[in-house]
Design a binder for this molecule. Structure first.
Ligand code: ZN
Length: 262
């Protein structure tokens, strides 16, 4: 099942995507998926980020080839950082190059876990019972802030628009074998499979739940495969009018364009 958040006739709402239609539902998807009886053509609604997360937890260096290209050893435990929830945007929205750090903005295709039931200190075996579903994420990163200018990652990972999510939440995905790809202006830059994750989704949910209570709507970004812009020669950072899309088979495609700050 695909759960979308969208605006139709000026009202923000959730719904279930069925082919080219979306059937509106009542309330929040982790509370109810009761249909209201109203249905729209997908083409006539504006899709939003499928969740307004209370927290966005992100995982660094979770694909071996990406750790290699970053010149970092494989972590012994998940490397956790946070992205500001104010950075979340939806499908079709702009990624804005920040005025104070416009020149080393990079893309990172990621499988994003969406928590559906509050949990704390769950085992890896039980962890996926607390997951509502999965969506595509782009962990946009200002590399100069992240790696050169600041002592830690908060600013470089949290500029406005640096967390595109979408196009919807897929509830029926096998998170252990999902092909993932990022295209920049139609050219494939990242291509991998979540079977290459160092720490699996169930391990990540369990580990993060031992750090903090995971509330419904919490997003866990699971890390990016190799092929990021900073690891290329020369580096390929995002430029105004670039189009960047993250595709995860079984979910769909999250597309965004890039513009300068005004
Ligand atoms: Zn990332």
């Amino acid at each position: 099942m695909k759960i979308a958040r969208f605006v139709a006739r000026g009202v923000e709402q959730y719904g279930i995507v069925d082919g080219e239609r979306v059937q509106a539902t009542r309330g929040l998807p982790w509370e109810s998926l009761e249909k209201t009886g109203t249905e729209y053509a997908l083409a006539e609604v504006k899709l939003l980020a499928p969740v307004q997360p209370p927290d966005v937890i992100a995982i660094g260096l979770n694909y071996k080839l990406h750790a290699d290209e970053s010149g970092m050893p494989y972590p012994a435990a998940p490397v956790i950082f946070l992205k500001a929830t104010s950075a979340v945007v939806g499908p079709g929205d702009a990624i804005v190059l920040p005025e104070m750090a416009p020149s080393a903005v990079d893309y990172e295709a990621e499988l994003a876990i969406v928590i559906g039931r509050s949990c704390r200190k769950v085992s890896a075996e039980a962890a996926l019972d607390y997951v509502l579903g999965y969506t595509c994420g782009n962990d946009v990163s200002a590399r100069d802030c992240q790696l050169k200018l600041d002592a830690q990652w908060a600013r470089g990972k949290s500029f406005d628009t640096f967390c595109p999510l979408g196009p919807w939440i897929e509830t029926d995905l096998d998170p252990d074998q999902a092909p993932i790809r990022l295209e920049l202006n139609g050219e494939t830059m990242q291509e991998s499979n979540t079977s290459d994750l160092i720490f699996s989704c169930r391990t990540l949910v369990s580990y993060c739940s031992h750090m903090a209570t995971l509330r419904p709507g919490t997003v866990i970004m699971t890390g990016t495969p190799s092929g990021v812009g900073m690891a290329r020669t020369p580096p390929r950072y995002l430029q105004p009018s670039d189009h960047v899309s993250v595709t995860i088979e079984g979910i769909g495609t999250l597309s965004n364009y890039v513009r300068a700050d005004e």
